[in-house]
Ligand binder design. Structure first.
Ligand SMILES: Cc1cc2nc3c(=O)[nH]c(=O)nc-3n(C[C@H](O)[C@H](O)[C@H](O)COP(=O)(O)OP(=O)(O)OC[C@H]3O[C@@H](n4cnc5c(N)ncnc54)[C@H](O)[C@@H]3O)c2cc1C
Length: 451
């Protein structure tokens, strides 16, 4: 049952689909318009520093993503917390408060942390449990969950604006890339059910200890080549046509295939999909929209925090990550401030971001006040994810299209997950399984991830 498979797009979805198909014995060609693999997870060099386009984290429950890391042989290049532990800084408090899981099963594993969560008043802390338990029984796949905002649902379940901003959004903005007021209840329910309400260890946080290109793009190129995939970088696909059961993929050097996996962003898919291939309105890509992420990078002349990362409340800063070791910096400390749902920041000049973010960071980290700033720069991803707004579920197509031999992949397709690395890998797996002769993978708990 060897098939000729063309995979268009070399992000995590395309990499996964190509590896799965090659492992099943198919003849695979992967066409990627950029000169590197990894898609939205990429790195560049700036004055000798390895910089990522944006901080990426994953959770222990991202089993498909962890499976990809294993297949790429890079589990030694990530750190996965043995136990969820998030320091939360506020300019109003001298010391961070901790969101830590205890040894109890979910959802009791966070009960004592939430009850001690100082940024909220006692009433809000007490009312959190009721909403968390109610969220457990929301059906994420129900059309009614996709019609409603998470914010409206939280309010209806007794959550104050303070509780939403300082607790629910602390996690929600970073995982959904939207505040509760703009996020679909269905997607939020998925995130909180899978991450916080089902298995106690599901939300243990993981991150790369190397630049993203050394975690995804470069090892993927090596493993794909080793698996016999013909990887064509710098190859933009301009059209898809099918005649007599064979696909012709338009590029500088056209490719013929029995099956095509289209693993490109929504606007590119909308252009390349043959008419009527998906049961979606023609303007589905506009309907899905996008949500930006901005990273503000600060290099200090000395160490200003010993935390590998922390979150912030009562501050324009959201999450901060120590990038020193992964960037190759040998003197001082390099911190990246990750700003999700950054509609307000995406077009601000660097000067304005500096005036806003640097004092805010110093308010959170008194030790940084006397430190010199050696470098300050900004990375912007305008289309980091689709907008996880109400109604988005109806605009996300499944892997199988109505056209024989054409399947879709990408974090934006109907995975049930928000646009994440896990969603991208799951979509690649689903696309590969839609190619005849590709066996289903065996998703299991990852092993060999260093704690
Ligand atoms: C700054 C930032 C921070 C993020 N943080 C997190 C995080 O912490 N955790 C998390 O899980 N997720 C995070 N994400 C989301 C995650 O990176 C994406 O969901 C995931 O990488 C998407 O993978 P993909 O393969 O679906 O799409 P993409 O990565 O977009 O891949 C699509 C590929 O198709 C290629 N392509 C486009 N047009 C063509 C064409 N015509 N011909 C050939 N190739 C083409 C593109 O160049 C690209 O390589 C973040 C994203 C960003 C931008």
């Amino acid at each position: 049952m060897t098939q000729r498979v063309a995979v268009v797009g070399g992000g995590l979805a395309g990499i996964t689909a190509a590896l799965r198909c090659a492992d099943a014995g198919h003849r695979v060609t992967l066409l990627e318009s950029r000169n590197t693999l990894g898609g939205l997870t990429h790195s560049f060099t700036r004055d000798g520093l390895d910089v990522d386009n944006g901080q990426h984290v994953f959770l222990r429950c991202c089993t498909s993503y962890l499976g990809l890391l294993r297949r790429l042989g890079v589990t030694g290049r990530v750190h996965l917390q043995p136990r969820l532990e998030i320091p939360v800084h506020s300019p109003k408090r001298r010391r961070p408060v901790w969101l830590r899981r205890n040894p109890l099963p979910a959802p009791l594993h966070l009960a004592d942390s939430v009850l001690r969560y100082g940024p909220l008043g006692l009433g809000d802390r007490m009312r959190f449990a009721g909403a968390a338990l109610a969220l457990k029984s929301v059906d994420p796949a129900a059309p009614s969950s996709d019609r409603r905002t998470f914010g409206e649902w939280l309010q209806a379940h007794g959550q104050s604006p303070d509780a939403i901003r300082k607790l629910w959004d602390l996690v929600g903005i970073a995982t959904l890339n939207a505040p509760a007021a703009k996020a679909s209840l269905g997607l939020a329910a998925t995130v909180f059910q899978v991450g916080l309400l089902t298995a106690a260890d599901a939300a243990d946080l993981g991150w790369a200890t190397v630049p993203l290109r050394r975690l995804h793009g470069e090892p993927a190129l090596a493993k794909l080549t080793e698996a016999g995939v013909d990887v064509r970088l710098g190859t933009k696909v301009t059209g898809l046509a099918r005649a007599e059961g064979t696909w012709r993929i338009g590029a500088d050097e056209p490719v013929e295939a029995d099956h095509v996996v289209l693993a490109v962003p929504p606007p590119v898919a909308a252009r390349l999909l043959p008419e009527g291939a998906v049961r979606l309105p023609p303007d589905f890509a506009d309907g899905l929209g996008s949500s930006p992420i901005v990273n503000v990078h600060v290099v200090f002349d000395r160490k200003v925090t010993s935390a590998p990362f922390f979150a912030a409340v009562d501050s324009p800063v959201q999450w901060v990550f120590d990038r020193t070791a992964s960037s190759g910096l040998t003197r001082g400390q390099y911190l990246a401030i990750s700003l999700s749902a950054a509609d307000e920041e995406i077009d601000l000049p660097v000067r304005v971001l500096r005036e806003r973010m640097l004092p805010a960071l110093l308010d959170l980290l008194p030790a940084a006040r006397g430190a010199g700033v050696l470098d300050f720069f900004v990375t912007r991803e305008r289309h980091a994810t689709f907008a996880p707004a109400p109604g988005c579920a109806g605009l996300r197509p499944p892997a199988r299209t109505r056209v024989p031999g054409l399947v879709l992949a990408g974090a934006w397709t109907a995975t049930g997950w928000p646009a994440t690395m896990e969603g991208a890998v799951r979509s690649g797996e689903a696309a590969a399984q839609a190619v005849p002769g590709t066996p289903a993978g065996v998703p299991g708990r990852p092993e060999g991830i260093p704690a």
